[in-house]
Design a protein around this ligand. Structure first.
Ligand code: ARG
Length: 395
């Protein structure tokens, strides 16, 4: 089967999927779950091989994942009104062209990501890593936050139509090779993002009169970051934000496999950008939510949560006082709510930052098995375990 729909940037080729052992994208693969009849590194995609892409929630056992790379990360450069809308005020000055993150932070983040990748491999998860990119040369931002750039729904990977200009080539540069390989599997659909118009129209009307708009972008072309969406089976819960507009939502709805429906959550956050520090499903039927951004009532409006237990994050006070206490590493790009940006591995296992003792203890009290890992330097670059990963297979 070959689908080419250039208008929407869809492509899928018909060659069988092959993982080569010398593929730099594939780090050491323990693959505890892998079909033993398939020799390591040579998936023949037979009728019984595990799928390459299949995920429709955030909590089923994780089998295959992309873990980001921090090398050469630079502060993103965007229009001032966008930085003001989305980034912590005390760091606004850092968001200028060709400004690398401090080298010790990038080094620390790279170690933390490598450690995270090894931790997941030790849990039997197949791990892919992005290509190293010189983000200074390409005027880009980072390879550490792949969650923002790829939305996996069922067998379909949808590349974000980024609002931020500095991110438009991020997936092509860091994950283009992997996306081509995955797209070569006839059972996988990869939807590459179309180029934004040049000049881009997203800020038209806003730059002239910034105060008069709810968000930092208009609705003149599809724009979204994948991290503004979360899968709950056939319902995908999303939010409009400073990087996601209604045309972006319609674009995703058009490309998801049939049977999936996007519903927009009412979120109270003028700085909104990425929903994964607002909602945290732990398992089927149990979700933690950020009470400063959503209400239980707004969640209950979505039929999918009818039978769910919805728990307000229990330590609001300490999140707020902990804002500055990041172990000396500044959070340049996010709030302290990154405490909720954790990764569920399935079977009630969860990866939590090693210093988030209070939340870890609470999770254990709810029957979760907590694996701790250091991630403070990755936080500085823009996200935690959820942001730094993309689930390819959960089953
Ligand atoms: N904007 C959120 C906050 O500051 C952080 C979300 C990070 N998520 C991500 N996918 N990069 O609380």
């Amino acid at each position: 089967m070959t689908t080419i729909a250039a208008k929407h940037g869809v492509y899928a080729q018909s060659e069988p999927f092959l993982c080569e052992t010398d593929d730099p994208l594939l780090t050491k693969t323990p693959l505890a779950h892998k079909n033993p009849s398939v020799p390591d590194g040579h998936s023949s995609r037979g009728r019984n091989s595990p799928p390459n892409v299949a995920a429709n929630n955030e909590w089923a056992p994780l089998r295959s994942v992309i873990i980001g790379r921090a090398d050469n990360s630079c502060f993103p450069y965007e229009a001032p009104h966008m930085i003001e809308a989305t980034m912590p005020a005390r760091f606004h000055e850092a968001f200028k062209p060709a400004n690398p993150f401090p080298p010790e932070i990038v080094r620390g983040a790279e170690e933390e990501l490598e450690n995270f990748a090894l931790l997941l491999q030790s849990q039997g998860v197949n791990v892919f890593r992005p290509t190293k990119v010189d983000w200074l040369q390409t005027f880009g931002y980072t390879g550490a936050m792949p969650r923002d750039g790829l939305l996996v729904v069922g067998n379909t990977i949808i590349e974000s139509c980024f609002a931020w200009k500095c991110r438009v080539d991020e997936m092509a540069n860091s994950l283009g090779t992997l996306l081509s390989k995955l797209g070569a599997d006839p059972s996988v659909k990869v939807v590459r993002a179309p180029r934004p118009p040049s000049p881009d129209t997203l800020y038209n009307g806003i730059l002239e009169d910034p105060g008069s708009h709810e968000w930092a972008i208009n609705n003149s072309r599809p724009a979204f970051d994948a991290a503004d969406f979360m899968r709950f089976g056939s319902t995908i819960i999303g939010q409009l934000s400073n990087v996601t507009n209604m045309k972006g939502v319609e674009y995703i709805q058009h490309h998801v496999p049939s049977g999936y429906k996007i519903e927009l959550l009412d979120v109270n956050d003028p700085h909104a950008m990425h929903i994964d520090a607002t909602l945290l499903p732990l398992r089927q039927g149990l979700m933690v939510y950020n009470p400063l951004r959503v209400t239980e009532e707004s969640l209950r409006r979505h039929a999918v949560f009818k039978a769910w237990e919805l728990v307000s994050y229990p330590f609001v006070e300490s999140v707020q006082t902990v804002e500055e206490a990041t172990g000396g590493v500044p959070r340049f790009m996010t709030s302290a709510w990154l405490v909720m940006n954790v990764l569920v591995l399935g079977h009630d296992k969860i990866v939590v930052e090693e210093q988030d003792h209070e939340f870890a203890k609470w999770l254990e009290g709810r029957g979760m098995v907590v694996l701790k890992a250091p991630f403070r330097n990755v936080h500085a670059i823009g996200g935690s375990f959820h942001c730094a990963s993309v689930d390819l297979v959960r089953s």
